[in-house]
Design a protein around this ligand. Structure first.
Ligand code: GLN
Length: 189
């Protein structure tokens, strides 16, 4: 199994370290030609969704990645990655990959509570540590979307088929559960 990690901006190195820990091979996707390589799943990291979105357009990668996902490529988006996958962003006119039937709010926790750590359940897993950094949350989900985590009543992790998203940064906690969940999705593919 090989996972491609989008490496235009943001916390891609931390995702690769997590995959190393799980003995999963990964490589960095930096340009359109990298998308012609063979890989079984894609990770879109946290960072700044406007920057990553602009680079995806400028480097002519947006449509190819969207096609991969629409053709069934498993994808895991964290934080900015979740925003890039969302069908709708309530506080922005931008739309990016828009493959997942979720409506998200950028910087939803405001400036005062920009970053925080907490613990909540993730699917069947109790007490998962979660790190939030100027995070979005999900306001609304379509019928095909399964909610995996809520924090203070807000949805912070969800899955639609082979698309997995988290508001938080599991690559920064040292807990591999969310990455293992994604690898299981890829393995079942
Ligand atoms: N605030 C960022 C955005 O809107 C997301 C933050 C993150 O990925 N840590 O894109």
């Amino acid at each position: 199994m090989t996972i491609g990690v989008l490496a235009l901006q943001g916390a891609f190195i931390e995702h690769r370290k997590m995959l190393d820990t799980l003995n999963v091979t990964s490589f960095e996707i930096r340009k359109k030609e990298d998308l012609t390589k063979s890989f079984d799943g894609l990770i879109i990291p946290g960072g700044e969704s406007t920057t990553i979105g602009k680079l995806l357009n400028d480097l002519d990668m947006m449509n190819t990645i969207r096609e991969h996902i629409n053709n069934g490529m498993p994808v895991f988006g964290t934080c900015a990655g979740m925003i890039l996958l969302a069908r709708n962003i309530v506080n922005s006119d931008n739309q990016y990959l828009a493959t997942m039937d979720i409506s998200v709010q950028r910087n939803a926790y405001g400036r005062q509570l920009g970053s925080f750590n907490t613990e909540a359940s993730f699917g069947d897993i109790a007490n998962l540590p979660m790190t939030f950094i100027r995070a979005p949350y999900i306001n609304d989900v379509g019928g095909a979307v399964k909610v995996l985590s809520r924090v203070n009543g807000h949805i912070v992790a969800a899955q639609q088929g082979k698309q997995l998203v988290t508001s938080f940064h599991p690559e920064l906690t040292g807990n591999t559960a969310v990455h293992r969940h994604f690898i299981n999705i890829v393995e079942a593919d």
